[in-house]
Design a protein around this ligand. Structure first.
Ligand code: AMP
Ligand code: ZN
Length: 114
């Protein structure tokens, strides 16, 4: 989508600190990190949210979680612990309308959500 900031990051037209990239996914550092490790992992195709995921996308989502697991190891939080979050829709606090997953760690996180 032409006016989507995360599509622009995926296309390289907006710069980002890329942590991982392949044909299907890109992971980059969040511009306003909530913790010492805060990555955003997105599919390159424009899906608005988890609500847009169809059965044919489920292989992609499985791959995405495998990449998240490896990034947690690479960024040194696999053992200490981390959180994976996908905000969905207005009440879910989604600001950017392109499906994305936050990988947050590197400090003890509040156990309560919301
Ligand atoms: P949300 O839609 O609330 O799940 O979160 C969107 C996230 O994207 C926020 O944590 C922002 O800090 C992050 N973000 C927005 N623009 C950029 C950007 N250009 N580069 C990196 N992260 C961004
Ligand atoms: Zn997009």
């Amino acid at each position: 989508m032409s006016d989507c900031i995360f599509c622009k990051i995926a296309q390289g037209t907006i710069p980002s600190e890329i942590a991982y990239e392949d044909d299907e996914l890109i992971a980059f550092k969040d511009i306003q990190p909530l913790a010492p490790v805060h990555l955003v992992i997105i599919p390159k195709i424009h899906l608005r949210s988890l609500n847009d995921v169809k059965p044919e996308n489920e292989g992609l989502i499985g791959h995405l979680f495998g990449v998240i697991k490896r990034l947690a190891e690479e960024f040194g939080v696999a053992e200490s612990g981390y959180r994976v979050v996908t905000n969905t829709g207005t009440d879910g606090g989604q600001v950017v309308g392109h499906l994305h997953f936050h990988l947050i760690g590197g400090q003890a996180l509040n156990a309560r959500i919301g």
